[in-house]
Every structure is written in C-alpha cells, then in structure tokens.
Design a binder for this molecule. Sequence first.
Ligand code: HEC
Ligand code: HEC
Length: 154
Amino acid sequence: MKKWQISIALLAIICITMGATTTKAPDEGFKNLQILPKDISEKELHNVMREYSLSLGVRCGFCHARVADSTKKELDFASDAKDEKKIARHMMQMTAYLNSNYFNFNNSTKPDTIHMIMCYTCHRGTQQPDGKSSRAQLDTLMMKMQQQMHKKQQ
Ligand code: HEC
Ligand code: HEC
C-alpha cells in the first residue's frame, strides 16, 4: 500500500470507531439514569461525574458501590446501594431547581447544561460544606475580607 492509501485507511478506521461511540445501540447505554438525560453521551456523562468528584474532593467510589464479587475492585456504576449516590441525586435536583427557577436565562431545564449554580458553588472541594472543615476556611476568608474593608476605611 502507498502512504496515502494507508492514511485513508487509518482515517476510515477513526471515523468508524468515532461513529460507533456516538451512535450507540440503546441496549448498550447507561442502565440507571433517573435525572440525567438517558441519551447523554459517554463523554458528557464522564465530564459530569468528574465535576462531581472534583467539587466534593472525592473519588468515584464515594458515591458508587463496589461490584458484588468482593475479589474485584471494580465499581458497579448502575447500582444504587450507596446512600451517597441517592443524596447526590437529591442534590442534582436541588441544583437544577435553583438554576431553572432563578437562573433560567435560556429556558433550559437540563441539569447537565445549566451551570450557574454548580456543586462546587457550595461544596468547594469538601464533602459536607456545612462541616467543620469548611468552617475553618470560611473563617479565614471572613478575616481576609474584614482586613480588606479595614484597609479601605483608612
Ligand atoms: C457525588 C456522587 C458521585 C460521584 C463522586 C460520582 N458519581 Fe457517577 N453517578 C452519580 C449519580 C447520582 C448517578 C445517577 C445519575 C442519574 O440518576 O441520572 C451516577 C451515574 C453514573 C454512571 C451511569 C451508570 C448507569 O449505567 O446508570 C456512570 C458510568 C458513572 N456514574 C460513573 C462515575 C465515574 C467514572 C465517577 C468518577 C470519575 C463517578 N461516577 C463519580 C453520582 C456520583
Ligand atoms: C446550595 C448548596 C449546595 C449545592 C449547590 C450542592 N450541595 Fe451537596 N451538600 C450541601 C450541604 C450543605 C451538604 C451537607 C448536608 C448535611 O450534612 O446534612 C451536602 C451534602 C452532599 C452529599 C452528602 C455528603 C456526605 O458526606 O454524606 C453529597 C453526596 C452531595 N452533597 C452531592 C452534591 C452534588 C453531586 C451536587 C451538585 C449536583 C451538590 N451536592 C450541590 C450543599 C449543596
């Protein structure tokens, strides 16, 4: 094969694999999405999950239970065994409600597309934003703000 023929062959393979990941058969999709759109792409879902993990400062296993076979370390993403996942759904609904009722600039109701209020807005990298860990951070912030106000007055 000539060089250009190889390039075209490679391009064709890339296009076929890309097509395969974006146009998934319905039975290969996610099994237990109750809030996110059921036709969400794998890439989008992964971005949402990464955002949740970073916002709370946790790993996937904080919300997702392990598979039943205890010799394996894999997670069963579709399982609802962990309370954290159920609380997260509740939080997603609350966040979507705040966005669609108070920041509904585009009249969109999709929880994965409106980003005025995000998990990070409250969580700031902590699991429980009302907990002691963030209180210390807030105290430091408040102190800085007071110092700044004091400087302005002088
Ligand atoms: C703060 C909790 C939380 C964290 C952390 C989290 N997830 Fe999720 N995840 C959820 C919730 C809640 C759902 C279900 C959403 C729904 O019902 O629409 C979900 C759904 C999923 C699904 C779809 C499963 C199915 O078939 O229904 C996958 C895959 C997934 N998460 C992967 C991940 C990965 C990978 C990570 C780590 C990068 C991660 N999650 C981190 C809460 C979390
Ligand atoms: C308006 C503020 C706010 C927003 C926005 C918010 N949370 Fe929370 N979240 C909290 C507070 C406060 C707590 C602690 C509640 C408690 O301790 O009873 C909490 C607790 C949680 C918990 C339980 C943590 C634990 O240790 O048990 C999970 C999981 C969670 N949030 C996920 C999320 C996710 C995912 C999002 C974004 C979709 C989100 N939260 C958005 C305020 C918020």
